[in-house]
Ligand binder design. Structure first.
Ligand code: XUL
Length: 518
């Protein structure tokens, strides 16, 4: 019997998911919500600390503590970790972790009689990790683009223009603002490679899926670009571990995890990737043309591509797929569950009543529209602020529908650059289990929405990556097919809503333009 563990270090939680390759099913799922444990000790709300002025970060020690909590929970729930042949994972993309010279000896020397956090508190050269919600690096973005020869040049080299949340601009800001601390930094990891490093007890390599979210990787060679590194900060090549293929082992679990949680000696650690690249795998998208939607803290719409075809509109990102062959085109909307939740709380609703209000209102919302930028929006680029058209603040039901319709219309409008015909949408993330929300996306996109095996596609994809690293002779198609649900839930669009949304989406687009957004 072989089991594989996928760990998803997302913005708001750390999730562990175990699959059984003989039974071809998920056998365990457990999550640690950061706010439940760390609101006081690390001051997090929705998993992060919002410092104002676009600065959003988090103490990386919180993720260390969460790993012990998660493994404890899996054990307490009776899951035998000795049957896990390999572990891989996924992380919120772009966030960086800065380590000092004590990191390597501390990781190698972990002892099982003390928790990780008490042994690793001193390994950071920067006590806060900027996360993907940070939008404070516009200056650094322009500087990097200029040094490379302009936006177009960076796009060609890395697949992406400089984005505020990407690791490169964040690293540059750290180097500029805290040069002494940068000097003390021996390794810079991503959240994904950091959690893998904890498990392996050494600083492990990165893989192309998450490394492509840094503005530092040559997207064609799937290797660090010397030019991009030089444009970002001095000595960066020494501080970044190499990029290796996503599907090969990078180590074995450290004895700490064997003694404390019962992992088997020799349990493989495979590289961790980003949450979106892992969701691509978790939704079985290893063929070009397939499109998916993840309704998480951010909403992302992404497609599997043959070529790294960058966005000419500047709206999208290109990442390498962790299948080590294809690419992932992605549009990221900051105001995903953040906005749905803000509306839910504003009107004192629970999710059941939120769903009821959606069900009671008509598609098209009688022409009432909202631009729901509770946080500064990534796509279309917009400052924080809610704009309502024909919609009163006190109309509860209409506001509930307006926020979801806005998200669905935005995802349709701002995914055109991918040049992919969306004939069906795989859906994942917490809100994907909500049928009324899924119905709005099906109607607005005019195509069926297909719910995956789990709402945790990122953790599931990570577990499949662990399977692949253990059984390298297996092709990706056979791995994902063996776990395809036999009878996936499918929500079909209501054809009667087609003309309603064709009309509303034009008005929505006009409102975006008139509001000087984009
Ligand atoms: C993608 C992005 C977010 C994070 C958090 O570019 O910034 O989706 O990965 O989930």
């Amino acid at each position: 019997m072989a089991r594989y563990l996928g760990i998803d270090a997302s913005t708001q939680s750390l999730t562990g998911l175990i699959i059984d390759s003989d039974r071809r099913e998920i056998v365990a799922e457990a999550s640690i919500q950061y706010d439940d444990y760390f609101a006081d000790s690390y001051g997090v709300k929705n998993g992060v600390v919002d410092q104002g002025d676009g600065v959003v970060n988090c103490n990386p020690l919180m993720w260390v503590e969460a790993l012990d909590l998660l493994l404890n929970t899996l054990r307490r729930e009776g899951h035998d970790l000795s049957s896990v042949a390999a572990v891989s994972g996924s992380g919120q993309q772009h966030a960086t972790v800065y380590l000092n010279e004590d990191a390597l000896p501390a990781l190698a020397g972990l002892t099982p009689d003390k928790p990780l956090s008490s042994q690793l508190a001193g390994i950071f050269s920067h006590q806060s990790s900027p996360v993907w919600m940070d939008s404070s690096t516009t200056q650094q973005c322009r500087e990097i683009e200029t040094a490379i020869g302009g936006t177009e040049a960076l796009l060609k080299l890395t697949g992406n223009p400089a984005f505020e949340r990407f690791s490169g601009p964040q690293i540059r800001k750290f180097f500029q603002q805290e040069p002494k601390a940068y000097e003390r930094t021996t390794h810079i990891a991503l959240v994904s490679s950091f959690i893998a490093s904890l498990l392996a007890g050494s600083v492990v390599p990165l893989e192309p899926g998450d490394a492509s979210g840094t503005n530092l990787m040559d997207i064609h060679r799937r290797a660090w670009s010397e030019r991009a590194l030089a444009a970002t900060a001095p000595g960066l090549d020494e501080r970044l571990a190499p990029i290796v293929p996503s599907g090969r082992p990078v180590g074995v679990v450290h004895p700490y995890f064997i003694s404390r949680y019962g992992f088997a000696d020799g349990c493989i650690v495979a590289p961790f990737s980003g949450d979106n690249p892992c969701s691509l795998i978790g939704l079985g998208m290893v063929e070009p043309g397939q499109v998916a939607l993840s309704l998480g803290t951010s909403d992302t719409l992404f497609a599997c591509l043959n070529e790294p075809r960058p966005s000419s509109t500047g709206e999208g990102c290109i990442f390498a797929s962790p299948d080590d062959l294809h690419y992932l085109a992605l549009t990221c909307f900051m105001n995903g569950s953040l906005a749905r939740d803000a509306i839910r709380r504003q009107y004192g609703l629970n999710w059941a009543s939120f769903e009821d209000y959606l069900a009671q209102t008509n598609p098209g919302n009688e022409g009432k529209i909202m631009l729901p930028y509770f946080e500064p929006e990534i796509v279309p680029k917009a400052p924080a602020g809610i704009i309502r058209r024909g919609l009163g603040d006190t109309e509860i039901a209409a506001n509930v529908r307006a926020v979801v319709e806005a998200q669905a219309m935005s995802s349709r409008l701002h995914s055109k650059w991918m040049g992919v015909d969306i004939s069906s949408l795989y859906i994942t993330g917490g809100a994907s289990a909500n049928d009324e929300i899924a119905q709005v996306f099906a109607n607005v996109h005019g195509c069926p929405v297909i719910q995956g095996e789990t709402t945790n596609a990122a953790a599931f994809g990570a577990a499949l990556k662990a399977y692949k690293a253990h059984r390298q002779e297996l092709g990706w198609s056979s791995i994902v097919e063996s776990f395809q649900p036999s009878n996936p839930r499918r929500i079909d669009p209501d054809p009667a809503t087609r003309s309603v949304y064709d009309d509303l989406i034009n008005k929505f687009s006009e409102l975006e333009t008139r509001s000087n957004i984009g």
